[in-house]
Design a protein around this ligand. Structure first.
Ligand code: MUC
Ligand code: MG
Length: 372
């Protein structure tokens, strides 16, 4: 008899951050992850994670909606189904449930983790094998304080932890933000690449002013300066400046990616499992971008170790990514819920080995941080 999905449990896990993390739309003191435990009839358990930023501040799914929608709508579509045809299960979820891409990505990760454990292959091996075993990882400076951010960056450089930095801006008036960014770039000089993420906070005229000043200050990349749906504006900005634009919220999946390319966009795309409904959807976007000569960047919604490991397996099968990755989520959390954390070393992170995700839950830690 074929193996079937027997039980899906979801847990809200609240982990404090090492310092407040300030974005244009929210300040985080804690990260809430939805951890999926999916049991199959062959006794194998697959793990997944669905995580967003700042409750409902970042996008239409909150941790609570991810959990509730898996429990109420998505899990019943999977229970009793054969475990091993993951493409059919993705199609089934998409046919019966719209949106909810973070929830779907958590389930897809759990299916792939279980399949890898079943076949004794890591997820990157299941996907055809890695091309990169070590991925560069940047760090986001977002304490809200210029001097603290400079100290943090210098420490990370000295530790050989990170040499690329992303600054979260957009919450303050543009001139104040530009002064903050320029001071950090001046302090770090050529030792580091400095980029900014505006998280949609500017309108196009403010963006023109801000980007000109940031370009003059030596900033390497401008992420999502204007609202996600303003594709024409993003193309105009990409054509106007030498400093490249990184499309993040504007490109959820391959269709968005193709749409921007058809409008004449040049620059880079941030891939995220959370945007595209999982590894396969994110890789579809990667392939569309590659066909059009758009640079790739491995993005995060600040997932913990389970979600970050899933992303690492996905990015590892791609050739070198033009803009590296930002898979630092676990380092922003004060603690971890796995037995052996990811190995951050030499300005990057190693792609985990071992079957599936290559991660084992620490049951005591999980019980400690799981919401009662
Ligand atoms: C985003 O929009 O890129 C990534 C790093 C970080 O600090 O926030 C995220 C979200
Ligand atoms: Mg972003």
């Amino acid at each position: 008899m074929s193996t079937v999905i027997q039980h899906i449990e979801t847990l809200l896990v609240d982990l404090p951050t090492i310092r407040p993390h300030k974005l244009s739309m929210a300040t985080m003191a804690c990260q809430t992850m939805v951890i999926v435990r999916m049991r199959h009839s062959d006794g194998i358990e697959g793990l997944g994670e669905g995580t967003t930023i700042g409750g409902l501040a970042y996008g239409p799914e909150s941790p609570e909606s991810i959990k509730r929608n898996i429990d109420t709508y998505l899990a019943p579509l999977l229970i009793g189904q054969p475990s091993t045809n993951i493409h059919s299960l993705r199609t089934r979820l998409n046919r019966h449930a719209r949106g909810n891409m973070i929830a779907k990505s958590a389930l897809e990760t759990a299916l792939l983790d279980a399949q890898g454990k079943r076949l004794d292959l890591s997820i990157s091996e299941l996907l055809g094998g890695h091309q990169q075993a070590h991925l560069p990882v940047l760090w986001t400076l977002a304490s809200g304080d210029t001097a603290k951010d400079i100290d943090e960056a210098l420490l990370r450089l000295e530790q050989r932890r990170h040499c690329d930095f992303k600054l979260k801006i957009g919450a303050n008036p543009v001139d104040q933000d530009v002064r903050h960014v320029a001071a950090i770039k001046e302090a770090l000089g050529d030792r580091a690449s400095v980029r900014v993420d505006v998280n949609q906070a500017w309108d196009e005229s403010v963006a023109v002013r801000g980007i000109q000043a940031l370009q003059d200050a030596g900033i390497d990349l401008i992420e999502q300066p204007i609202p996600a749906r303003e594709h024409a504006g993003l193309v105009r900005l990409a054509n106007r400046f030498n400093v490249p634009m990184l499309a993040d919220e504007a490109v959820q999946d391959a269709r968005d990616g193709l749409g921007l390319i058809c409008r004449g966009f040049s620059g880079a795309y941030a891939l995220k499992l959370a945007k595209a409904g999982g590894i396969y959807g994110a890789l579809e976007l990667a392939h569309v971008a590659q066909a059009a000569g758009i640079g790739l960047y491995g993005g995060t919604l600040l997932e913990g170790t389970i979600g970050t490991a899933a992303s690492l397996h996905a990015w590892s099968i791609l050739p070198e990514m033009a803009w590296g990755t930002e898979m630092f989520g676990p380092l922003l959390q004060k603690d971890d819920i796995v037995v052996e954390p990811l190995n951050y070393t030499e300005f990057g992170v190693e792609v985990p080995k071992g079957p599936g995700l290559g991660m084992t839950l620490d049951e005591d830690k999980l019980a400690h941080y799981a919401r009662k």
